[in-house]
Ligand binder design. Structure first.
Ligand code: NAP
Length: 433
């Protein structure tokens, strides 16, 4: 019998478990271990609460989780409760699928001021992630600056711009809905350090900006390159740029909230007396390799909150080699060391869609196939259970999660799919009830 541990129960973790089952059939036992009592990682805590259709993919992961040879072991943190070396001693292979939950830093003066809230923290806050539920974004300010020209910047802008009624049918956390309902934000700046042709925003997500109840997107026509140059773009990007052109033309409507796109501006410092008051930017131009370089010309945006949406880093695990510069584990196409592998964002960084993790999971199974066959007998899940019992830890099973799930569904406000528990203790209480 092969024993395999997958650390992390998000898309990369469950696609890998699915691939392992297909490869090894009844000859494998897979433990999917998560630090939270709840599975599905990014699907639960990263995907925007008003994008419920994307969250439906968790049903596929549940089908894998409920098979006889896959087990969910929640509420156990590898590197804290159990070391990576202990785990490697118990399983033929350990596959790290922990994603990239930490914010990348801007590295500019003023980043530590109150009111600078990275996208991981803000998204975690409105999604009810226990680690970020206490984030207290200053929503009483008139203006907010979002840094980055990717889809996370659009998620954050949309959530900040929506009226309470537009969250109908979403699972936004109650504390966030209450705070957003009382928010006074009038201008949401989205700031790209390069130009409209270099955005990482996809058409579907950009199109959503034009159909908001009380907000309208604005682009300065002067920021757009000559229209003829769009022809050389890849079709998806061309469509996105076409939407920016529509935003620049306007539609004759006005709205109380403005979403203002800026380009060719890079943040150089954040200023304020104890909290964010201004974001200072430098105008950029593209060099011959397409990178943004400063021109020395400064611009200032007055705002009470800065939200860097500039990408994520994998959280280090003691005992696993980590590349500080890239913010992920040192690996060669998924191999870290004999019997130790990584997949998904922990392997390649925070890029691609949820579905990108599927071939990733299948790829790693092929990679490790021979290594695993060469290994001797391992204790597997019985050994992990022994460690958990010895240390007085409380592991959460998939059936336990289904109790949390049912309790969250039962306490949902009208029209919402669930009301998440935001404290681990409350999740564990729901299991006991
Ligand atoms: P992203 O797509 O990599 O975009 C990051 C943005 O931040 C880029 O515009 C980048 O500019 C900018 N940036 C990086 N460092 C910067 C700095 N120091 N100063 C100023 N700007 C900086 O990352 P993301 O938005 O976090 O998204 C992560 C992944 O999740 C992406 O693959 C995304 O498509 C996906 N996602 C998808 C959805 C959806 O499909 N609905 C929703 C959310 C996220 P440069 O290009 O110049 O580096």
């Amino acid at each position: 019998m092969l024993h395999i541990a997958v650390i992390g129960s998000g898309p990369a973790g469950y696609y890998t478990a699915e691939a392992l089952r297909r490869q090894f059939g009844d000859d494998v036992r897979i433990d999917v271990i998560d630090r939270l009592p709840t599975p599905f990682g990014l699907i639960r805590a990263g995907v925007a609460p008003d994008h419920q259709s994307i969250k439906a993919v968790s049903r596929r992961y549940e089908a894998t989780a409920l098979t006889d040879n896959v087990r969910f072991v929640g509420n156990i943190e590898i590197g804290v409760d159990v070391t990576i070396n202990a785990l490697r001693g118990l399983y033929h292979a350990v596959i790290i699928a922990t994603g990239a939950p930490d914010d990348r830093k801007l590295g500019i003066p003023g980043e530590a001021l109150a009111g600078v809230i990275g996208s991981a923290a803000l998204v975690g806050w409105y999604n009810g992630h226990p680690a970020f539920a206490r984030t207290d974004p200053p929503l009483q300010s008139d203006a907010v600056a979002i840094i980055g020209a990717g889809n996370v910047a659009l998620d954050v802008a949309r959530v900040l711009a929506k009226s309470p009624g537009e969250f109908q049918g979403s699972d936004i956390a109650a504390h966030a809905l209450a705070a957003l309902s009382a928010a006074r934000i009038r201008t949401i700046h989205i700031i790209g350090r390069r130009g409209p042709h270099q955005i990482a925003m996809t058409p579907k997500e950009l199109a959503e900006m034009a159909v908001l109840e009380r907000a309208l997107p604005y682009v300065a026509p002067a920021d757009l390159p000559p229209e003829g140059e769009d022809a050389a773009l890849e079709p998806g990007l061309r469509k996105s740029v076409g939407l920016l052109r529509q935003f620049a033309r306007g539609n004759g409507r006005d709205a109380p909230v403005r979403i203002r796109f800026h380009f060719f501006l890079r943040p150089i410092r954040i200023e304020g007396d104890g909290h964010v008051e201004r974001l200072v930017l430098e105008r950029t131009r593209l060099d011959e390799t397409g990178n943004a370089v400063g021109t020395g010309e400064e611009a200032v945006i007055t705002c009470g909150m800065v939200v860097p949406c500039i990408g994520y880093r994998t959280h280090p695990i003691p005992g696993v080699p980590y590349d500080e510069r890239l913010g992920r584990f040192v690996n060669d196409d998924g191999r870290i060391a004999p019997g130790l592998y990584c997949v998904g964002w922990a392997r390649r960084g925070p890029t691609g869609t949820i579905g990108t993790n599927r071939p990733d999971g299948f790829h790693i199974v092929e990679e490790i196939f021979e290594d695993i066959r060469a290994g001797g007998a391992k204790e597997g899940r019985a050994g992990l259970d022994r460690l958990i019992a010895e240390r007085g830890l409380k592991a959460v099973t998939f059936q336990d999660w289904k109790k949390i799930d049912a309790a969250e569904i039962a306490r949902a406000r009208a029209g919402a799919p669930r009301e998440k528990f935001i404290k681990v203790e409350a999740m564990l209480s729901a299991i006991r009830e």
